[in-house]
Design a protein around this ligand. Sequence first.
Ligand SMILES: [Zn+2]
Length: 84
Amino acid sequence: MTISEETRDLWKKVKDNSSVLKSCAVHNFGRVEIKSILVDPKLKCTLCGGEMRVMVISHYVDGYRAAGGKIKDIIDSPFFGEDR
Ligand SMILES: [Zn+2]
């Protein structure tokens, strides 16, 4: 089986994005208006430039909050709820 150049390019983008995301201490996606999660849009971190899908960010926010962090440190959007 051979891998197409398109697949190889896509895999490189995925790995590059993953490396960028791992280099960032705490992502910040700024003020975001999310109208629907049906399309699960990608958002770009204002600090590292890495991209994450909203549903992945949702899990990231949950983990950050569980560790005592504030949602607003990561994203400013009513979609993710309020800090307690
Ligand atoms: Zn980041």
